[in-house]
Write a protein that binds this ligand. Sequence first.
Ligand code: PHE
Length: 360
Amino acid sequence: MTDTDSLQSDLLARIAAADTPEALEAVRVAALGKAGAVTALLKTLGGLSPEERSVSGPRFNGLREAVSAALAARKAVLDAAALDAKLAAERQDMTLPVTPAPVGSIHPISQVMDELAEIFADLGFAVATGPEIEDDWHNFTALNIPEHHPARAMHDTFYVDGLDTEGRRRVLRTHTSPVQIRTMMAQQPPIRIIAPGRVYRSDSDATHTPMFHQIEGLVIDRTTTMAQLRWTLETFIKAFFEVDDVVLRFRPSYFPFTEPSVEVDVGYSSKTGRPAAPGEADKWLEVLGAGMVHPRVIAACGLDPQQWQGFAFGTGVDRLAMLKYGLTDLRAFFDGDLRWLKHHGFSAFDMPTISGGIGA
Ligand code: PHE
């Protein structure tokens, strides 16, 4: 009796004296742990006679409960004290004036890509992406540009050393068209996507940089036509340049992956330098390549060209940004000059929306 009582008062005193979570844990282990004093007492119950057990059982269990309760109560006190200390240390004066955060700005390329995504989202297009380090099958072969075909030379290309895991040559993609292939192989038609991103060619002068940006469009369905291509491009050009009317010229052209292929010019006014309505346009500017997706491209992706057809287009994002925002030297886009960015950048809060206006 006295043993149990004195053990209890000893443990309760140690619990009350524990002033850190670690000290309290040490008392808990000494009392209730595997080799703890209370645990040892409880273990002796098995060896007692029924009479002894009916006396000692309730006493030992009472001891265990008293110690557990004291541990829990002390833990709550220590936790609350720790929280108070943390809150006191983190006290903040809400009446202090704020230091304004440094203001960044959105690069015109990002801005134009956001504008395009917004316009095409409104027409039901999803955004698709693909790797910038492509392989020559996706970048060329599947797009109906066979090995040794002279069209590969049209794109002065950066090859990357070594082969990929499928034994294909690795190449910095020369256009966003390989995303057409990746999309058609990954999902069943109907397909409506745009694919914005960086592309690479070994070109460099005032209007060419080795890295630039394109946006690809692809629609695949059972009855997609060239008339729908024309409507889509007109709708996009009007929304992008925020003009009510625009005149487009489709010139016959050649791309291995479209048939028929066209180059698309926008009529603009030499007076305003902006796209203009039919009567007012007196000059043409080439902005897009497009056409009906070649049946061989559809077949290369494992789809039946008898069932599926569609159109694709590709356009230079940098070119569109220069035109819309009157920027003249492409190289400045990639110099990372803060003065240029501050002057030509856009506010991060100026998100393009169809209702609020595309662009600034
Ligand atoms: N990929 C072509 C280029 O980079 C553009 C294009 C895309 C043409 C889709 C037709 C269809 O020049």
